[in-house]
Write a protein that binds this ligand. Structure first.
Ligand code: NAD
Length: 282
């Protein structure tokens, strides 16, 4: 029988554990604190920020938001990050992307101290991730692993196909999967014969941004499908996978919305706790 991999179930399962970790830190006078910087207005970032704030309150993490105007200068942005890097009460820094076009996204993210880079965007943390010496990864990639672990999906030895090579999903996720002994292939817009690959996948993860690109003839029977895409088609939200036709064929699949999205936020909070703990040598 097909299993629906619901994000909310995972979140409800994880919350007590995260609360307990925060309580232990607070008992040692450490108040785990996340600083979030946002420049200008972006509806998707505003929604993400709202979800973060709600989750932070539930778990007991302090979240400080910094709003900069859309015309904020590069120097003012960088000097805020440098200030937060030095502030011992701030354990984690997140910059909401995308940034207004005049700001250099790479320079901004690389200015965050690697020890406070909660979304694993600095070159140092990307290197650590590939070396296997760090647990910090972009929250969506980390969230996918949390989801698969929570539902006890076997990863070791399985053939994992990730469609999409973004910095926040495809690339870091391939490192996380390798670390857990999967055989990993990343497909993308230049891949020849996508179907030939996806049909072999024991676990198929899609981060494409094209509604229902993955059809029922592109999946392996009894496989596991994680659909990261959040797209709008005919006024309704849908993923990259044709859910109605694919779901009856597979062992497990995430819904959109309600799959990976909610778990992303809980994974971000787990990484805030991990960074706070590490900064206090715990
Ligand atoms: P992106 O443009 O950075 O990446 C899209 C990827 O899809 C690229 O690597 C591209 O090569 C690949 N691609 C495009 N067309 C293809 C095709 N025909 N065949 C194979 N590969 C193809 O986009 P993104 O920012 O990673 O977003 C992708 C989707 O994921 C969007 O729907 C977005 O809303 C969603 N998303 C969801 C979350 C979440 O938390 N659930 C987080 C990030 C992104």
């Amino acid at each position: 029988m097909m299993r629906l991999l619901k994000g909310k179930t995972v979140v409800n399962h994880e919350i007590p554990e995260l609360k307990a970790q925060v309580s232990r830190l607070r008992a040692d006078d450490v108040e785990p604190t996340l600083a979030v910087i946002m420049a200008g207005k972006d509806p998707a970032s505003e929604l993400y920020l709202k979800a973060q704030k709600k989750m932070a309150v539930r778990i007991g993490i302090r979240q400080q938001n910094y709003f900069l105007p859309s015309n904020a200068s590069q120097e003012s942005f960088l000097s805020l990050i440098r200030e937060l890097n030095q502030d011992s009460k701030i354990h984690a820094i997140l910059v909401e992307l995308p940034l207004p076009a005049h700001l250099d996204e790479n320079l901004v993210t690389q200015t965050i101290s690697a020890d406070k880079d909660v979304d694993g965007m600095t070159d140092v943390n990307i290197g650590r991730l590939w070396r296997g010496t760090s647990v910090i990864a972009p929250a969506t990639a980390a969230g996918i692993m949390t989801l698969l672990h929570a539902y006890r999906i076997q990863i070791s030895g399985h053939f994992v196909v990730i469609v999409g090579r973004s910095q926040i999903v495809g690339r870091p996720l391939s490192a996380l999967m390798l670390r857990e002994n999967a055989t990993v292939v990343i497909a993308h817009s230049h891949t020849h014969d996508l179907k030939d690959l996806t049909r072999q996948a024991d676990i198929l993860i899609t981060d494409i941004g094209i509604p229902k690109l993955i059809t029922s003839d592109m999946v392996k029977k009894e496989s596991v499908i994680v659909d990261v895409g959040i797209n709008r088609a005919r006024g309704r939200l849908c993923g990259d996978v044709d859910f109605e036709r694919v779901a009856p064929l597979v062992h497990a699949i995430t819904p959109v919305p309600g799959g990976v999205g909610p778990v992303t936020v809980i994974s971000l909070m787990q990484q805030v706790i991990d960074l706070a703990r590490r900064q206090y040598g715990r």
